[in-house]
Design a protein around this ligand. Structure first.
Ligand SMILES: [Zn+2]
Length: 386
């Protein structure tokens, strides 16, 4: 299993200059690759392969006056930028054809100077964690790292990131054996929960236990909207616009950090307390930049599901996603009739009575149904027949 380990890094001024050059070159190669593929598409030509683009956009481009400066950075950085563009296209095609689950993806977009900047180094580029705890990067130097925890094994690649607010990080990919965090199994039968995800409550667990949607979701959403409006009123190219953009970026960063902390806390608790975890497979919408204000909650949902699944697997828990068309809300958990609330009206119904005489709390009933369906799917997957 591949895990990411991320640390803050503190490049010196000359290292920041060298990194800026690498970021710029990687961005240009990525954008040239996107442009070449857009061009091929509009001309009805076949998809240019990575090898073809490598020759045209790196090897040959370096010999031209406009792109000669590509030679100033490590060539692995340029190759990785091409690989990133290629992967973005392959994901997009897979998403179009339905081979990739999750939200529909748009085609790759041009990278902007004002966005998050990244460069990736693979092992064959001789990046190295040195004995003096510094990270050596080709054509950059030995960079100081704040090691908040140890790397569990030799990393296979490192991505250097610069956020729009000017912070630098190193994100290492490390291959580890499955089950590194294997937790003590929980034996008793009640330690299984369905998870009903919603808007009012973030999630409802077994026994009607709720995880409230944090207040900062709404607060940050308001702040972000205000800052984005202010930014849109500033004149292009002005100093005030740059300031307003930094403000927006800082809010994004704060949202990201608090959301991530909050999600980790919830995931940790659920995995610690449950041996079986069953969740609705929501179709979490894509997270376009412009729509960010709308999607603080959606982004948290997507992150929650992904981390829950990964942590549950690592801890050796049983985990299953229940199809999103499974009628968890409509099904009466007592008699199995489809008598529950449906449609938009149903969203307002908190309690309902089934013809069989049982009165349900909507979300608690949904949790029971999700749990049972999840248990059924998990036992099927485990090869048991009922
Ligand atoms: Zn009933």
């Amino acid at each position: 299993m591949l895990l990411r380990y991320r640390y803050r890094i503190y490049p010196t001024r000359p290292q920041r200059t060298a990194l800026a050059r690498a970021f710029g070159c990687a961005r240009v190669v990525f954008n040239d690759a996107v442009a070449a593929r857009k061009h091929a598409y509009t001309q009805g030509l076949p998809y240019p392969t990575q090898a073809v683009l490598s020759k045209a956009l790196i090897t040959e481009a370096k010999r031209t006056a406009e792109r000669a400066w590509l030679g100033e950075v490590s060539s692995v950085v340029l190759q990785q930028a091409l690989a990133d563009a290629d992967r973005a296209y392959k994901n997009f095609f897979a998403s179009l054809s339905g081979k990739r689950s999750g939200p529909r993806m748009g085609p790759p977009r041009f990278k902007r100077r004002t966005g998050t900047q990244t460069v990736r180094f693979t092992r064959n580029a001789h990046f190295k964690v040195l004995d003096n705890d510094r990270l050596r990067l080709p054509k950059i130097g030995e960079v100081k790292v704040a090691w908040s925890r140890r790397l569990p094994a030799e990393p296979s690649s490192v991505t250097v990131i610069k956020t729009p607010t000017g912070k630098y990080y190193a994100s290492f990919v490390v291959a580890v054996d499955g089950g590194t965090d294997l937790a003590e199994p929980i034996a008793y039968h009640e330690a299984e929960t369905g998870i009903d995800l919603g808007l009012k409550d973030f999630a409802v667990l077994r026994g009607g236990k709720t995880i409230a949607s944090p207040k900062f979701f709404r607060r940050m959403k308001r702040k972000l909207k205000k800052a984005q409006r202010a930014l849109s009123r500033k004149q292009r190219g002005s100093k005030n616009r740059a300031k307003a953009r930094l403000k927006v970026a800082k809010i994004h960063e704060r949202i990201k950090v608090s959301r991530s902390d909050w999600v980790n806390k919830q995931v940790h608790r659920i995995v610690a307390e449950n041996q079986g975890i069953y969740v609705e497979d929501l179709h979490v919408r894509g997270l376009g930049q412009g729509r960010a204000a709308k999607s603080v909650h959606d982004a948290a949902l997507g992150m929650f599901l992904a981390r829950l699944e990964s942590k549950a697997h690592r801890a050796g828990r049983t985990f299953a996603r229940v199809d999103r068309f499974f009628p968890s809300t409509r099904l009466c958990s007592a008699c199995g009739a489809l008598t529950g609330p449906k449609g938009l009206d149903g969203l307002r119904t908190r309690r309902w009575a089934c013809g069989c005489g049982v009165v349900h709390d909507r979300d608690a009933n949904a949790e029971i149904n999700i749990r049972r369906e999840g248990q059924r799917l998990a036992s099927l997957a485990a090869g048991h027949t009922e």
